[in-house]
Ligand binder design. Structure first.
Ligand code: GLU
Length: 465
């Protein structure tokens, strides 16, 4: 049997981390078993769905590298099919028209609540004569027996049919409801494993009953627990970034976010770092935690730093170039990005930090960092810089070793300690007091920028200090 999983987001907002984790688990399960991963856009709620959200979801999936084998399928393109199935259920006596008015249903509900009963439809129209006018279609839920779900995450769940009422599968305007569309799609798309958030667990017995009525084979279900914020409430906007693309904006590597998400509710011994290949190999739904997991931004940041330090520099450079683009910098105007990655990756935990702290390699700065200037640019320092300028100017090559030697020799010649030479030099060329090792910094800047900027600093000190 070919495993077929799906991710079925409703396009009512961006792709959030909870959805991304569900997508990841479904994707991993399909990849692990050589199966297919389907993307289905559940856009039947016309008021809340938007093309913008669809785009945001597709963008998020692409950035994460969760490529789908089939789809995206749009439910709004499948209304004819849903109508056909609703008619089939009516024809075979598994569904019926319900003519109950809103007032009648409200009264029923109130009465049930007053009797301390669970509010549920009483099946009154099961025997109603066919008539015109306002009507919905209800599924005729079995009256007896139990629905048994052997959930791969939650274990066995048993629900008595008498707990379930006859749910509406078509509204009065004829449009199908969520439980009907999901069932038809899972059936038509041959989904073998439904992996989704456990907020859907209550729908599952109803969906199983409809599938059974349609003679479809039942998928295996795996309901994944929620993600919580640090305060124990369900993760939401007020906990900070929840949109996948916000993590891109904030300087995370997609593989770091994937690694974080896979570990959120799943573990393999005490291993923390998983390449995507390892995830595919080791991931198992049966090892997913039953209880909800708490989102921990510090841990995600730690992971991101691990990925910046240990990934192929070319891969990090690829993502870094996007951030330079955001800053309006053309990477062709400075050193090779892979060299910048190698110089900065120990000190930077995000790509945003890395880009922002590397701007001076590509673009002249307008002003010097005030604190650094106060401490290091003093009258007389222009002579130190002048000395360095001449030495750098006469260098024939521009390699870190030689640059390092110039700084050391200059300190010795001027009888200054190294810091008194290197720090003014750093501020002169970077505009700030923090950069990679000075020889690396100068090497990456290149001779021309280095000499120009030292000359500019000399003028500045002459005028201001
Ligand atoms: N469209 C549903 C949602 O976004 C998911 C339905 C499902 O996975 O069965 O929550």
């Amino acid at each position: 049997m070919t495993i077929r999983t799906r991710f079925a987001p409703s396009p009512t907002g961006y792709l959030h981390v909870g959805g991304a984790r569900t997508a990841l688990f479904s994707w991993l399960y399909a990849r692990k078993h050589g199966g297919k991963f389907i993307l289905r856009i559940e856009d039947t709620d016309l008021e809340r769905s938007s093309q913008e959200s669809v785009n945001a979801i597709l963008e998020g999936m692409t950035w994460l590298g969760l490529e789908y084998d089939e789809g995206p399928f749009y439910q709004t393109h499948r209304f004819d099919r849903y109508k056909e199935v609703i008619q089939q259920l009516l024809d075979q006596g598994d569904a019926y028209y319900c003519y109950c008015s809103r007032e009648e249903l409200d009264a029923l509900r109130e009465q049930q609540m007053a009797n301390k009963e669970k509010p549920r439809y009483n099946g009154k129209c099961r025997t109603a004569e066919a008539a015109d006018g306002e009507r919905v279609v209800r599924f005729k839920n079995p009256d007896h027996g139990d629905v048994v779900i052997d959930d791969l995450v939650k274990g066995r769940i048993v629900v008595a049919n008498k707990e379930l009422d006859d749910l509406i599968i078509a509204r009065s305007d004829g449009t199908p409801t969520y439980n009907l569309t999901v069932v038809v799609d899972d059936m038509d798309m041959g989904v073998t494993h439904v992996i989704r958030g456990d907020d859907h667990v209550n729908n599952t017995p109803r969906q199983i009953n409809i599938l059974k009525a349609l003679g479809a084979s039942l998928p295996v279900y795996a309901h994944v627990p929620m993600i919580l914020g640090a305060d124990g409430a369900r993760l939401s906007k007020r906990h900070g970034a929840v949109s996948v693309m916000q993590y891109r904006m904030d300087g995370y590597m997609p593989e770091a976010l994937l690694n974080y998400l896979v570990r959120l509710g799943w573990s393999h011994g005490d291993q923390e770092l998983f390449s995507v290949d390892e995830m595919i190999q080791l991931f198992d739904l049966e090892k997913v935690n039953v209880s909800a997991s708490t989102f921990n931004t510090e841990k995600l940041l730690w992971l991101n730093h691990q990925y910046l330090m240990n990934s192929d520099p070319a891969r990090v450079a690829h993502h870094l170039s996007w951030h330079f683009g955001e800053l309006g910098i053309d990477p062709a105007t400075g050193p090779a990005l892979t060299d910048v990655v190698l110089a900065q990756r120990e000190r930077c935990k995000t790509l945003v930090e890395m880009a922002e702290q590397s701007v001076y390699f590509y673009r002249d700065f307008d002003s010097y960092e005030e604190k650094a200037v106060k401490k290091n640019f003093k009258a007389g320092v222009e002579d130190v810089l002048q000395h360095l300028w001449s030495r750098f100017d006469s260098l024939s090559g521009w390699q870190p070793e030689a640059l390092h030697q110039v700084v050391i020799d200059s300190a010795a010649a001027l009888e200054l300690n190294l810091g008194k030479v290197a720090q003014p030099l750093r501020i002169a060329v970077c505009g700030c007091g923090v950069s990679p090792a000075i020889d690396q910094t100068l090497y990456l800047l290149g001779k021309e920028k280095t000499l120009d900027r030292i000359a500019r600093a000399i003028e500045y000190i002459k005028q201001h200090c």
